[in-house]
Design a protein around this ligand. Structure first.
Ligand code: SAH
Ligand code: DHB
Ligand code: MG
Length: 223
């Protein structure tokens, strides 16, 4: 059996047992596919991890950068209390439309809001609204801007908030200091910012699974 078949089988076992999708989650992926969105959403067990982290944070406010069809949004928003809020930033208006429908079908449109535009243009406006500090920030958009997203996350969080960065492995390219790949460079710059910043502490973990070889970084706002 190939490694990737093995990873698929183990993910299917874990997911079936511990993080099965219900109809709104399945429908979100079905409609995302029908609308031509790429298959780059988190897996169900990764979604469940995000949900658990949000619950462990006691999250009342969540910021997501990179909505796609709202699949990770649904996992995260389900961790919120009825008066909680999730803001998800999405560059592509079609992705945002699909996501809004998926979020509404999941009954989460009162807590989760999608804002269209390049995240670096939406973030200043969001900050101007003086939102409550975000308890969890999920960074999952254009990797080249990851250092900027970490800086913004710092501005919009509190001591004890959690920042999660998706896709930090880049097929192993992240370890290549001489890489010219903008996604690798952005990811390395973000991790170096975490390493040197007095208000951040974090780690990064490699993963395998039905999405292949990847990984994420977990970062805590220290002070
Ligand atoms: N979090 C989603 C997957 C996001 S895929 C999930 O797991 O279900 C990355 C998304 O980021 C894509 O929809 C892409 O359009 C969006 N994106 C890319 N560049 C962006 C930018 N500058 N600002 C906001 N969103 C961006
Ligand atoms: C890609 C983006 C993602 O956020 C992800 O989780 C996987 C792949 C991509 O752009 O290829
Ligand atoms: Mg991702």
């Amino acid at each position: 059996m190939s490694d990737s078949q093995l990873w698929d089988d183990v993910d299917a076992y874990f997911t079936g047992l511990l993080s099965p999708e219900d109809e709104p989650l399945r429908a979100a992926l079905r409609d995302s596919d029908a609308e031509g969105l790429p298959h780059i959403n988190v897996t169900p067990n990764q979604g469940k991890l995000l949900q658990l982290l949000a619950r462990l944070q006691g999250a009342r406010a969540i910021l997501e950068i990179g909505t796609l069809g709202g699949y990770s949004t649904i996992w995260l928003a389900r961790a919120l209390p009825a008066d909680g809020m999730l803001v998800s930033l999405e560059y592509d208006a079609h992705h945002a439309d699909v996501a809004r429908r998926n979020i509404a079908r999941a009954g989460l449109d009162r807590v989760a809001e999608v804002r269209v535009g390049p995240a670096l243009e939406s973030l200043p406006g969001l900050a101007d609204e003086n939102p409550p500090p975000f308890d969890l920030v999920f960074i999952d958009a254009d990797k080249v801007n990851n250092p900027h997203y970490v800086e913004w996350a710092l501005r919009l969080t509190r001591t004890g908030s959690l920042i999660v960065l998706d896709n930090v492995v880049r097929g192993g390219g992240v370890a290549d200091a001489s890489s010219t790949d903008p996604s690798v460079r952005g990811t390395r710059a973000a991790l170096e910012l975490v390493a040197e910043h007095p208000r951040l502490e974090g780690t990064a973990i490699q993963t395998v699974g039905s999405k292949g070889y990847d990984g994420f970084a977990l970062v805590r706002v220290v002070a």
